[in-house]
Every structure is written in structure tokens, then in C-alpha cells.
Ligand binder design. Structure first.
Ligand SMILES: Cc1cc2nc3c(=O)[nH]c(=O)nc-3n(C[C@H](O)[C@H](O)[C@H](O)COP(=O)(O)OP(=O)(O)OC[C@H]3O[C@@H](n4cnc5c(N)ncnc54)[C@H](O)[C@@H]3O)c2cc1C
Length: 312
């Protein structure tokens, strides 16, 4: 066995040539040369420090629910962050970055705290949710995060909510390479029965609107923010104008390309912004759909869609 394999074993469970299709909700992706599962927050920052010092390329993943991994896989170390524990202290929830968003939301409901009920339907980890400022049902991480502990350039530092620069599906960590280690959510006291009800309503709504039965990575494209200088080729419906954002799914619907297929990937017939894996799809199948959808939306509306999913 090589030296790196032996070193990695100090930080967690290591696998060689692990198929990344097994670790993404798309069920797509070639092998990782090294795949290490890290469950301890302190060990995670030590591992990151070690890899940085050695100049070894790595990518951190959580639930793999917002990514498309190349069919060639990754020629370095994939670090799968898992767990890290959830603690509730009064109206603050502390969670390791590898805890699932669902688990954190469920703990918040159990503790009679409100503000994060929408998290019960979002796949992946709370670390991944912070990085992409995940959101649903009118909520997002920006509205609940108090502070975040981050590994950056060999150090562990804290970012306040403000310093995290949350924007629509964006945060500073998408741009500065910060790896989220631990998060603190500040919520409010609520009525337990109402919270459970709200969580069930959220899940029912998702079940009605999102495709089931096929692997996917959720919404492929970001919704389109309307700026003062936006100049669209079409008349935008009033409700989008009022919200200041146009649904990417609506734009795709208008192009009549639901059901468009490339290889074994397809624009979902139920939700235009979902690409589904019909079984055995490759990353190239998905990329070719992404190209097609972007082209159709641009030709029809003059709008450049941007990917919400991370391409690795
Ligand atoms: C069926 C379905 C429904 C979805 N619904 C929603 C929804 O309603 N709202 C929504 O916002 N999203 C939704 N998503 C997308 C996805 O669930 C979220 O973006 C989620 O927060 C991603 O978390 P993850 O742990 O899976 O991230 P991953 O996919 O593992 O990683 C995404 C990116 O974040 C990076 N990353 C992961 N963990 C960390 C960390 N700790 N520190 C730094 N970088 C990190 C990765 O390198 C990668 O670039 C949905 C996805 C699916 C499949």
C-alpha cells in the first residue's frame, strides 16, 4: 500500500478507487483515487491541514446531492464528511458539518424551535447547505445561521452570518475555498404541534412538485434574479416581477423541452429544472442536456441560465 493510503487511515475509513456514483444522488461519477470518510470535526481540520501542506488535491463532499461528478472520477482525495453531532442549547442548535440537514431540522422541531422546518425536505449535509445557502418554502440558511466554523488556509476560524455573505444560493465559502466544519443556527421558540404540521406540509408539497423514482441532483439551474438593468426578450409574469426572481423551471417549461433525452438522462417530465438519471446515465449525458437547455432558454428568452449544481 502506498504512503498516502497509510496516512489517510489516521483520519478515517479509507477506500481506494471508490465509485463516486455510490456517493451522489445522481448516481453518476467515476472512481476517486482515495476516498476517506471523516466523522470527527477535529480530525477533519487536521486532515485538511495535512493535505494542504503536502499539496495533495482534494474535494470535500457531503451528501453528494448538489453535484455532477465526471465519468473519469477524481485523481486525488475525496473527503466524505459525515455526522459530527447535534446539540441544542436554548434557541441555538450546534451541528457538525456532516450532519444531515434533515436531522438538524428534525432536532429543531423536537426542541420546539421554529425557523428551520423547511430543512426536513432538503437532502445532503448542513455543511453543504451552508455553502450553497440552500433554501425552500421561503426560508434559506441566511435566515437561520448565527455563525460558522471554517477551515481556511491552514487555520480554523469563525465567520458570523454577515461575514458569510449569503446571497441567493451563494455564500463566501463558494469563493474562498473555506471548508465548513461546524454550524450554529439561531431559531425561535415555537408551538411543537404547529411545527410538525408545517414540516409535513413541506414534504407533501415537495412530493407533489418533484419527480420520484429516478436519481437526480435536485434543481439543475439557479432561478434568475431580476436586476434593474435586466432586459428580457419576453413579457415576464407579474408574480415573478413582484418576487424579483424568475423560476428557471418556468423558463424551461416555456421552451417545451420537458422529456428531452440524451443517452440515459432526461429533462424531467414533472419538473423542468430537474434532470433525471433514467438508469446508467453518464456525466456526459447530463452535460449534453445542460448545454441543450441553456441553448433553448437563451434562444427563446435571451437569458443565460447558470448551473446550481457543482460540476466536479
Ligand atoms: C431531490 C432533491 C431535492 C433538492 N431540494 C433542494 C431544495 O429544496 N433547496 C435547495 O437549496 N437545494 C435542494 N437540493 C440540492 C441539495 O440538496 C442542496 O444543495 C444541499 O444543501 C447540498 O448538500 P450536500 O451535502 O449534498 O452537498 P454536496 O452535493 O456533497 O456538495 C455540494 C458542494 O458543496 C461542497 N461542500 C460540501 N460540503 C462542504 C463543506 N462542509 N464545506 C465546504 N464545501 C462543502 C462540495 O465540494 C460541492 O462543491 C435538492 C437535491 C435533491 C437531490
Amino acid at each position: 500500500m502506498d504512503q498516502l493510503y497509510k496516512e489517510l487511515k489516521n483520519f478515517g475509513k479509507v477506500k481506494l478507487k471508490e465509485s463516486l456514483a455510490k456517493h451522489t444522488t445522481f448516481k453518476i461519477g467515476g472512481p476517486a483515487k482515495y476516498f476517506v470518510i471523516v466523522e470527527d470535526v477535529a480530525k477533519l481540520s487536521e486532515l485538511l491541514k495535512y493535505l494542504d501542506a503536502q499539496g495533495i488535491p482534494y474535494v470535500v463532499i457531503g451528501g453528494g446531492s448538489n453535484m455532477l461528478v465526471s465519468d473519469d472520477g477524481f485523481d486525488g482525495v475525496i473527503i466524505r464528511i459525515k455526522g459530527g453531532g447535534v446539540k441544542v442549547k436554548s434557541d441555538v442548535i450546534e451541528a457538525g458539518a456532516g450532519c444531515t440537514t434533515v436531522q438538524v431540522a428534525q432536532e429543531s422541531i423536537k426542541a420546539g424551535l421554529t425557523g428551520f422546518e423547511w430543512g426536513v425536505g432538503v437532502p445532503g449535509t448542513i455543511g453543504g447547505a451552508v455553502r450553497g445557502n440552500a433554501g425552500a418554502m421561503g426560508g434559506d440558511m441566511n435566515k437561520v445561521i448565527e455563525k460558522v466554523e471554517v477551515y481556511q488556509d491552514g487555520e480554523v476560524v469563525e465567520y458570523s452570518n454577515e461575514e458569510s455573505s449569503f446571497k441567493y444560493r451563494d455564500s463566501i465559502f463558494k469563493h474562498n475555498g473555506g471548508i465548513i466544519l461546524r454550524v450554529w443556527l439561531k431559531l425561535e421558540k415555537g408551538e411543537n404541534r404547529d411545527l410538525q404540521k408545517q414540516a409535513i406540509t413541506n414534504i407533501q408539497y415537495r412530493n407533489q412538485t418533484q419527480p420520484h423514482g429516478h436519481a437526480s441532483s435536485g434543481c439543475t439551474f439557479k432561478n434568475v434574479e431580476i436586476r434593474e438593468d435586466s432586459n428580457f426578450k419576453i413579457k415576464i409574469p407579474q408574480d415573478f416581477l413582484e418576487k424579483g426572481i424568475i423560476s428557471a423551471g418556468w423558463l424551461i417549461d416555456q421552451c417545451n423541452i420537458k422529456g428531452y433525452t440524451a443517452g440515459n438522462a432526461q429533462v424531467s417530465e414533472k419538473h423542468g429544472n430537474f434532470i433525471v438519471n433514467l438508469g446508467g446515465a453518464t456525466a456526459n449525458d447530463v452535460l449534453s442536456i445542460i448545454d441543450h437547455v441553456k441553448g433553448e432558454v437563451y434562444n427563446t428568452f435571451g437569458i443565460n441560465l447558470q448551473e446550481e449544481i457543482q460540476i466536479i
